[in-house]
Design a binder for this molecule. Structure first.
Ligand code: CTP
Length: 397
């Protein structure tokens, strides 16, 4: 989590510097303490005052500005940083960092820090793909820098290519992942499913349910931010992709089963958060079904029960979305499906339904007392579930 983390946000002089303002604002909204350091070139593109207003902290632009305390600015920033994020990182600053040059406040801070460093290169396509830049990026990666690859798309010059700054949500995700690298799930592999499956009727229609995917995405993000290597198997959702995890896109229950079987060959835990359809059309029409004179009857057959059928020595967590007899129905699924944990969720309760930002759940365990949790954000629910997974994994060692 970003709360109270000190993030030194380094901004170098690329046109994407204006997007760093949005990043600074979002980091502050998440509770981070953001200290901005700008190169002289960056100050030609965006006023330091913009960042000062957004972060509530003075912006450092000059090596030789007298420091308010007895501290030497670049050393104190380097020491107090939990992480340094350079967004955008130009070809110039990348090459300076690769060579160990320290001729301004930002490169000095980078050289003086022991904190993890994330960089988001952004520049013209030709500069980005230039072997010099790519070599320098490889050098930084080899030294432990986390490099977020530039995105493909329209560049400031009007041409199309690699060099765009990735989405701010992706940069935020990678910052959180980097901060959590040594978390309690470090070295663990976690498979998470999310969304509602789509069972095709014909090429244009399908049967699905109300699942938004938010709970599954929250679990995937939380596991990532506690150091796990995460595979997210997801149906199409309207959500921003989860950065820093291996995403497998599927639609149907059958496809989800195949992906889960493959992903769980080597895993420590499977969390089946997805709302898997229980029935699918017996046949999928090859062509769009045309409207006839009468009604239409669909014959449905059972989908595979993924949680019951997938075998392995990993921890299994299920979700029971119920509208009545919550605990007894969930308890039946816990034993019937051979699970370690089931998260019982009354989807008809206020603030707890599909698509909401919050959830109210009871965590039932094969061994241990049930945990009846108050209404909380889906991210907080995810953390509570992972506390239990983490405990079980420690016991397994
Ligand atoms: N699940 C699954 N495969 C299915 C159906 C459900 O793996 N075909 C998983 C879900 O991902 C969830 C758990 O089983 O983690 C419970 O899902 P739920 O829909 O509540 O239970 P069902 O077994 O489908 O029972 P019912 O719909 O009758 O309540």
């Amino acid at each position: 989590m970003l709360k109270n983390k000190v993030i030194v946000l380094g901004i170098s002089g690329g046109i994407a510097a204006y997007k760093a303002a949005d990043l600074a604002s979002k980091l502050v909204q998440c509770g981070a303490v953001v200290k901005v350091v700008m190169t002289w070139e960056a100050t030609q593109l965006v006023q330091p005052l913009t960042f000062q207003a957004l972060t509530g902290n003075p912006v450092v632009t000059d090596m030789f500005e007298p420091a308010p305390l007895s501290a030497i600015t670049h050393v104190s920033l380097a020491d107090e940083a939990d992480i340094i994020a350079i967004v955008p990182a130009t070809a110039n600053i990348i090459s300076k960092m690769a060579a160990g040059i320290a001729d301004d406040i930002l490169t000095c801070t980078v050289l003086a820090t022991k904190a993890p460093i994330v960089i988001a290169p952004a520049m013209h396509n030709n500069m980005y793909i230039n072997p010099v830049t790519q070599d320098n990026i490889s050098k930084l990666k080899a030294r432990g820098f986390t490099v977020i690859p530039a995105a493909h798309g329209r560049l400031a010059s009007g041409s199309i290519g690699y060099g765009r700054l990735p989405e701010i949500t992706e940069i935020m995700g990678i910052i959180q992942q980097t901060l959590g690298k040594k978390g309690d799930l470090a070295g663990k592999r976690i498979v998470v499913t999310a969304g509602g499956t789509q069972e095709a009727i014909d090429p244009v229609r399908y049967i699905t349910n109300n699942s938004s995917g938010k709970m599954g995405y929250a679990v995937a993000e939380a596991a990532r931010d506690r150091g796990a290597t995460v595979t997210l198997i997801t149906t199409p959702t309207g959500l921003s992709p989860v950065a820093g995890v291996d995403v497998i896109n599927i639609r149907s229950a059958q496809q989800m089963k195949e992906a889960v079987v493959k992903a769980t060959v080597k895993t420590d835990a499977l969390l089946m958060v997805a709302a898997v359809a229980d029935y699918m059309p017996k046949t999928t029409a090859a062509q769009k079904i045309k409207k006839g004179a009468g009604g239409l009857t669909l014959e449905l057959v059972k989908t595979p029960d993924i949680l019951s059928e997938v075998k392995g020595k990993f921890i299994k967590v299920g979700f029971a979305a119920e509208t009545q007899d919550l605990i007894s129905n969930a308890q039946k699924k816990l034993t019937g499906k051979g699970l370690d944990i089931i998260v019982a969720n009354d989807v008809s309760a206020k603030g707890s339904g599909f698509g909401s930002e919050t959830n109210k759940v009871t965590i039932l365990k094969k061994d241990g007392k049930p945990e009846d949790l108050p209404l909380m954000s889906k991210r907080e629910v995810a953390e509570k579930i992972l506390d239990n997974v983490s405990k079980l994994l420690k016991g397994k060692k």
